[in-house]
Design a protein. Structure first.
Length: 393
């Protein structure tokens, strides 16, 4: 009997150990890793700092674990100007750090460089900032939570055409000479011309070390009704200062633009020089919703005024969390990607969704006017186009 007892105990102990071995992965799952590649230094560092802060706010609000897995964010600085560095960092994050998602990507050339890495590794790549229309076509694993330039440009051209009282019939376009700028130029020219407007001239300024003065003088001399401007985030202060110095507005030339020009994070520096400027965009720091008010307050605690790039980062984290919830913590790339497609939610910018076919974001685009609101220069929304998809170029 004693022998039988010992054998029964040994059998019970063995079964218990086996059950424990099966339970271990569930109770102590490995961290879920996100490789966040951003320009934390260089001329576009403001983009990186906004997105980094937004990621922190998201995790402060919703926690650093989901579906039983701790979420670890590994931040890498690519400097914003060297696609080869971005690609190398993406490769290292996948092969050495074993991240399950790549995210960030401040500018189009950098996102394009990393796309093959996502394809080869079968790792979802969440583009939070870069805005050229074709980016998702470069890898079936790319999903975008920011915006596209055609998406925010088309409504502006349409609005100008629909409001003849604005007396904007002749326009010169001035854009930064790289992917998003070229997209913005082509879309504005196409839609404005098709609606009966006249494009007097199309000008392109270099991405690196631009001097806008010669372009602005050329515009002043041509005397159009308005100038349509696209420049990357962070450049608006310099442009609007030179617009004021050249006296374009005093000469009767209106300024219309995509919202990059009047970036919320730059408005304190831009100030009154942008008063009355009309822009179209997918986000404003003064967007009137309880979700946005709470978000802006949390960003302010980190010393930043929330801007459109930060929202791309905040919603990018939301999408990743939701996908991981849907898979029950399974980090397989194809399963995560499938979970991301078609996801919809109420963002701080308004209702958004991920188009299951294009993997691009669908969202409201707002018409805004620069006004002083309680001592703070702001982009005040006065009209909108609901659930607008990227129209392409």
């Amino acid at each position: 009997m004693r022998l039988m007892g010992r054998r029964a105990f040994a059998l019970w102990a063995g079964c218990a150990a086996l059950l424990a071995s099966f339970a271990a992965p569930i109770s102590a799952a490995e961290p879920f890793k996100i490789g966040l590649i951003l320009p934390m230094s260089g001329p576009f560092a403001s983009t990186g700092k906004e997105i980094e802060a937004a990621v922190k706010v998201f995790q402060k609000t919703y926690g650093d674990s989901v579906a039983g897995r701790k979420v670890e964010v590994i931040l890498k600085d690519d400097g914003g100007l060297q696609p080869d560095m971005t690609k190398r960092l993406a490769q290292e994050l996948v092969t050495k750090d074993h991240v399950q998602v790549l995210a960030g990507f401040g500018l189009t050339p950098l996102a394009m460089a990393a796309a093959p890495v996502a394809s080869q590794a079968k790792v979802p790549m969440v583009v939070m900032a870069a805005a050229t229309s074709i980016i998702p076509t470069k890898s079936p694993y790319i999903v975008r939570t920011g915006f596209t330039l055609p998406q925010v440009t088309a409504p502006l051209a349409d609005w100008v055409l629909a409001h003849k009282e604005q007396k904007i019939n002749r326009v010169i376009t001035l854009v930064t000479d790289y992917g998003p700028g070229i997209d913005a130029e082509k879309v504005f020219v196409k839609r404005f011309s098709a609606g009966g407007g006249t494009i007097v001239e199309s000008l392109r300024a270099p991405l690196q070390n631009p001097d806008f003065a010669p372009f602005l003088q050329r515009i002043k001399d041509a005397k159009p009704d308005a100038v349509f401007i696209f420049v990357p985030s962070g450049v608006g202060t310099s442009v609007m200062k030179q617009v004021a110095e050249r006296g374009l507005v005093k000469a009767g030339i209106r300024v219309i633009a995509t919202g990059d020009l009047t970036d919320d994070n730059e408005m304190e520096n831009i100030g009154a020089s942008a008063q009355g400027v009309i822009t179209s965009f997918h986000y404003s720091a003064v967007h009137d919703s309880p979700e946005n008010k709470a978000y802006v307050a949390e960003m302010a605690k980190l010393g930043l005024r929330a801007n459109f790039h930060s929202v791309g980062g905040y919603d990018g984290m939301h999408l990743i969390y939701e996908a991981l919830k849907k898979t029950g913590g399974d980090a397989d790339g194809d399963k995560l990607l499938a979970a991301m497609k078609g996801t919809s939610w109420t963002s701080v910018r308004g209702p958004v969704s991920i188009d299951p076919e294009t993997r691009d974001i669908v969202q409201n685009v707002y018409l805004r006017r620069v006004e002083n609101v309680k001592g703070l220069w702001s982009n005040v929304e006065f009209d909108k186009v609901e659930k607008f998809k990227d129209p392409g170029v």
